[in-house]
Design a protein around this ligand. Structure first.
Ligand code: LMR
Length: 396
């Protein structure tokens, strides 16, 4: 029976790691998968996380099941981080949430929930969007449409095109937005643009679905939640998928949060049972470990302060790497102005070069990044910047 299924090509993002490992060049550079790296190219366990692990090890007394909702202190801590302390939706008991296996798990559960609400519903995603959004949402059986977002020619957001398109989105459709640090472009909406998105949502009646996987990597933990909080404060319904992979460095532990802000507290209570039943039907309940670590960190003042410093360190380092790349490209004589890279936010930058050039730089110089021209800024270091800039200028 199984012969009916063909072999699939490698995942456009995860496949890069396999290809990189298999490359025997001593000069190879990995700017592929979105994982933070330090100056030595390592992805260390955050010091706050290491301390939480020690604490958990000495206090955990059982491995019995946790509740279907997840680790309670994790959920409350994360909701506060996302929405801000004492947010009206929390005080009004309008927020349903379950801990989910990573941002992906959250996106999938929420997509399944949307399908249960309305089988005909369409989700609008940005052009471009993170490659895995399409399978995560599409495999739940939802229709997908695309709205303009990024103008590759000018290396900036095409907000006029986006707003014009959103004016045609019908009531009840869902619009997926990146809360901050847009993946793959690194081009974020300004406050004014978020305000316009809110006005359009109010006028059209579409529901925002905010994917926030890089909180703290753009302008700061509070600043990066601006758009999300604006929508949550002013709309009856908002959907949120959050991830702790990046800002807690808990990639392999799969820690995410699926959130639904509902119009009333009574609807919230129904939706809470629905999202738990969806999770039960797929994997029963979330793994505890990563959520337990985040619970410890967010609910301990000292550890939380330490973690916030670590996030800030990562953010500032990535920002300085953007400048380093732009300066080096100039120094090496690039005949194009790459200063737009310093305006982009978070872990990714869209270099706005062609797929052919991306394939060429990989074949000739063993520099690995996504074919769309997305580079992981955190993969740049003092050790590889010279070779990277030389290689880029060569293929330009
Ligand atoms: C990325 O965008 O590189 C990361 O979020 C990893 C992934 O799952 O694609």
């Amino acid at each position: 029976m199984f012969e009916v299924l063909p072999k699939l090509p490698a995942d456009p993002i995860l496949g890069l790691s396999t290809a990189f490992k298999a490359d025997s060049s001593s000069k190879k550079i990995d700017l592929g998968v979105g994982v933070y790296k330090d100056e030595q190219g390592n992805t260390p366990i955050l010091s706050s996380v290491a301390k939480a692990q020690t604490q958990l090890l000495s206090t955990e007394t059982s491995k019995t099941y946790i509740t279907p909702q997840g680790v309670v202190g994790y959920i409350s801590g994360m909701l506060e981080l996302l929405l801000g302390k004492g947010h009206p939706t929390l005080l009004e008991n309008r927020v349903a949430a379950v801990q989910a296996p990573g941002g992906c798990g959250s996106l999938r559960i929420l997509s399944e929930l949307l399908k249960r609400c309305d089988g005909e519903l369409t989700v609008w995603v940005s052009d471009p969007t993170w490659a895995n959004h399409i399978p995560l949402i599409g495999n739940a059986g939802l229709k997908i449409e695309i709205y303009p977002y990024f103008d590759k020619e000018n290396a900036s957001i095409n907000f006029e095109g986006m707003a014009e398109c959103l004016k045609s989105v019908p009531k009840g459709d869902v619009v997926l937005l990146h809360g901050c640090c847009h993946n793959p472009t690194g081009a974020d909406l300004t406050k004014e643009q978020w305000n316009t998105v809110l006005e359009l949502a109010q006028k059209q009646g579409f529901i925002p679905f905010v994917d926030i996987a890089y909180q703290g990597f753009g302008d700061g933990l509070e600043e990066d939640a601006y758009g999300l909080r604006l929508l949550a404060s002013n709309l009856p319904e908002v959907i949120i998928a959050a991830s702790c992979s990046k800002n807690f460095g808990l990639y392999r532990e799969r820690v995410g949060l699926a959130v639904m802000i509902t119009e009333t507290s009574a609807i919230r209570d129904s939706i809470q049972t629905q999202i738990q039943s969806i999770a039960r039907g797929i994997y029963s309940m979330p793994p505890s470990y990563g959520g337990a670590l985040v619970d410890i960190i967010l609910n301990d003042q000292q550890l939380k302060a330490e973690w916030m410093n670590e996030v800030e360190e990562m953010r500032v380092r990535m920002q300085s790497l953007r400048q380093l790349l732009v300066d080096k490209l100039k120094e090496k004589g690039a005949d194009r102005d790459f200063s737009f890279v310093t305006k982009q936010k978070g872990m990714f930058s869209y270099l706005c070069i062609s797929p052919e050039q991306v394939r060429e730089i990989r074949a000739k110089h063993s520099v690995y990044f996504v074919e769309s021209s997305r580079v992981n800024i955190a993969g740049i270091s003092q050790n590889n910047i010279d070779a990277l800039a030389t290689a880029l200028v060569d293929i330009l």
